[in-house]
Design a protein around this ligand. Structure first.
Ligand code: ZN
Length: 150
């Protein structure tokens, strides 16, 4: 377990597309644990692997619902609703702004035990966070979608 160095906006790795994870080994599990540690250390609610300099489709999320999600190759398969709300990002520390996101999403991912999980969100913050983190895997930052800077 270790705290990893956060990559900040301007670092070109944040603009690259991440690759699928094909083998879930101890190294991947260690990266996920380091991502969780790094997220907590920086008071974040989510973190994607490019933010620690790795172009792998890995996301961790904890929005305070007593569940730490460790997602491998997550995909959004359905979404509904729309809500404009404030967002920030550990890689863009100086900026917060409103982003339009779905209020509910269905997310399919593989967990660290290799099981396929289908998560249907009810919590708007969780849906927002999943959308934000999955954007990171495509090289997209929330500031690209921001309506209004606060
Ligand atoms: Zn972010």
């Amino acid at each position: 377990m270790a705290i990893r160095k956060l990559r900040l906006e301007g670092d070109e790795i944040l603009r690259k597309k991440s690759r699928e994870v094909t083998v879930i080994d101890d190294k991947i599990k260690m990266i996920l644990n380091d991502m969780v540690d790094t997220m907590y250390k920086n008071d974040g609610v989510g973190l994607a692997a490019p933010q620690i300099g790795l172009l792998k489709r890995l996301v961790v999320i904890d929005v305070g619902d007593e569940h730490v999600y460790k997602m491998i190759n997550p995909k959004i398969t359905a979404s509904s609703g729309k809500e404009l709300d404030q967002e920030g990002c550990l890689s863009v520390p100086e900026i917060k702004g409103d982003v339009l996101r779905p209020t509910n999403v269905t997310c399919v991912y593989t967990n660290e035990n290799g099981e396929e999980i289908t998560l249907q969100t009810e919590d708007h913050l969780l849906a927002r966070c999943i959308c934000h983190e999955l954007d990171h895997l495509e090289g997209t930052l929330f500031i690209d979608k921001m309506k209004k800077q606060i």
